[in-house]
Design a protein around this ligand. Sequence first.
Ligand code: ADE
Length: 225
Amino acid sequence: MRIDILTILPALLQGPFSDSIMKRAQEKGLVEINLHNIRDYSTSKHKNVDDYQYGGGAGMVMSIEPIAVLIEKLKAERKYDEIIYMTPDGEILDQRMSNNLSLGENIMILCGHYKGVDERVRQQYITKEISIGSYVLSGGELAAAVLVDSIVRLLPGVLNDETSALTDSFQDDLLSPPVYTRPPEFNGMKVPDILLSGDFKKIDLWREEKALERTKLRRPDLLND
Ligand code: ADE
């Protein structure tokens, strides 16, 4: 999979992709993540990427020109499954959306800033608008990092144990059951006997039961869906 991220702050995105699972996925050639600095495509003398909004009002708006030039350049090079704009007024990200996006070959992600991008960018180029939750971030970069992480870990071969993505919370609309590791007892707190029993059939049943119990308690909405 190839992911192109359009941003005015590429440095903000370098950290999340240069460690751990995201780093290994790129090293293994399972994903190629390209950061593009929108400012490099500004034709103005001072490399501006924003301007005052028409009609007045506080806050700058990201200009269409450098974004359009960059998107057109990338689109001429390959076909994109989705051109995504990260915005608090987009569709709320969930596991189903990440699963669907992980099946694509090329995706482009535009990170917004200030008051957002000129509406004509959205009309002309954007095929999907995604929010990572009902709160406002300073820009789309951290949201894009969350989206990319949730997609890349689903790509075949990225996680060592392939079943581990399949048993994540949300994959079957259930939260994960509780997990334990050594020691078997800490300050009087014991690991449930069943997990030490070696009876894997019973352990599976116990885990299913606990996952359902936790989901009913914390996220009953998942069961209603
Ligand atoms: N940009 C600013 N806030 C955002 C959010 N909650 N989700 C996606 N992009 C954003």
